[in-house]
Design a protein around this ligand. Structure first.
Ligand code: SF4
Length: 390
């Protein structure tokens, strides 16, 4: 650590930045993120507003930024000059002494990363790309209303690697209507063959108000049988571990040293700035959420107002509960000593009842000074952690 780094480490707390770019070329029926169809006219005003919020928040909180994640939406829809303007400004918020160690991720959809886009990412300091592959079966992509074709996933990875980005995540979805276990295992095999560093595999959820949920309610698609879905989850853990990916969170798998540091910071309840329409943030003890509407977001920023629709300073008890809930998602679990040092109370005392209940049900276990979900507990993680929030 040189003098400059030592000085920095004394000065300010560590943190992350999330930026939400809402544009997509097509809107997938299952998606409930805030997004809008790409329209060139809307891009520059939004990037202006993002940069304005970024500069204000970065100046106010003076965090030592360790990770940046640009998501959406599909950030790689931005025209090159706007992409470069946004990513360059993000890189410039990070102190020079910290840039080398920065994890800087951009989400991309297959077929949106051209050679020029990849070169722009690299020139702006991006060193990780998260690709929304979701499936390698054309029929499943159709149900999900994804517009890419399976071979485009390989092309996208190759384009990123050729440009110098060697840290790649692939997102997958299981439990798609009509999907069989063999089809899911084929998706896993195709993913492994491509050799990404990190894999996120989430069960399809039917979010309120989405087109897919309306199709479900109208009987036009059928929900995957819960037992089949559980088998798919088991197959995920089995096949990915056999291929050298270790599970470090309920839905996330990585090669050694390639865990997503941005998401780890979130699960460890560290501070992050949320920039952009619908973005959420957690800084200086306050959780907030921005308005999920680009026009209103731009208007608020132009008028010098915070674009918030929610703000809450968490009382210490709530902060401890949220920290426990997030920590339990991780395989490292809730580490008792760290928890007590941070919250001034022992987790074993605050959550005595929930711990006793779930340990006796075989869903949690205490080992190596930590509380962890058991393999069975991971299947019902949401109901276990709910008892820690109550
Ligand atoms: S899933 Fe991704 S690409 Fe599809 S609409 Fe949502 S944000 Fe856009």
């Amino acid at each position: 650590m040189d003098r400059n780094q030592k000085e920095l480490s004394r000065q300010s707390p560590v943190g992350s930045i999330y930026v939400h770019v809402p544009f997509c070329y097509a809107l997938c029926g299952y998606c409930d993120f805030y997004k809008e169809l790409y329209d060139r006219q809307s891009v520059s005003p939004l990037v202006d507003a993002l940069l304005s919020e970024l500069r204000r928040e970065a100046a106010e909180h003076a965090l030592r930024i360790m990770t940046i994640f640009v998501g959406g939406g599909t950030p790689t829809t931005l025209p090159i000059p706007e992409l470069s303007r946004l990513l360059g400004a993000l890189r410039d918020t990070v102190d020079l002494a910290l840039r080398e160690a920065l994890e800087f991720t951009v989400e991309a959809n297959p077929a949106t990363v051209t050679t020029e886009v990849a070169a722009t990412l690299v020139a702006s300091g991006v060193n990780r790309v998260s690709i929304g592959a979701q499936s390698f079966q054309p029929g499943e992509l159709l149900v999900l209303e994804r517009t890419h074709q399976p071979p485009q996933v390989r092309q996208t990875i190759e384009t990123c690697r050729a440009a110098g980005i060697d840290n790649i995540n692939l997102d997958l979805i299981f439990g798609v209507p009509g999907q069989a276990i063999a089809g899911w295992r084929e998706n896993l095999a195709r993913t492994i063959e491509l050799g990404p560093d990190h894999i996120s595999a989430y069960a399809l959820t039917y979010e309120h108000g989405t087109r897919l949920t309306r199709q479900l309610n109208a009987g036009r698609v059928q929900r995957c049988d819960p037992e089949l879905e559980a088998d798919m989850y088991s197959a995920t853990i089995e096949d990915l571990s056999a291929a050298g990916y270790s599970q470090y969170e309920i839905s996330n798998f990585a090669r050694p040293g390639r865990e997503c540091r941005h998401n780890l910071a979130y699960w460890r309840n560290e501070q992050y700035l949320g920039i952009g329409p619908s973005a959420a943030g957690y800084v200086a003890g306050e959780r907030y959420k921005n308005v999920p509407n680009s026009a209103q977001y731009i208007e608020a920023i132009a008028g010098g107002r915070l674009p918030r629709i929610e703000r809450e300073v968490l009382p210490p008890d709530q902060r401890a509960r949220e920290a426990a809930m997030l920590a339990l998602r991780l395989n490292e679990g809730l580490i008792f000593a760290e928890f007590a040092a941070r919250h001034g109370q022992r987790a074993q005392d605050i959550f005595a009842h929930a711990i006793e209940k779930h340990v006796s049900l075989g869903l949690l276990r205490v080992e190596e000074g930590a509380l962890r979900l058991t393999p069975t507990g991971r299947f019902v993680a949401d109901s276990v952690v709910a008892d820690f929030l109550a």
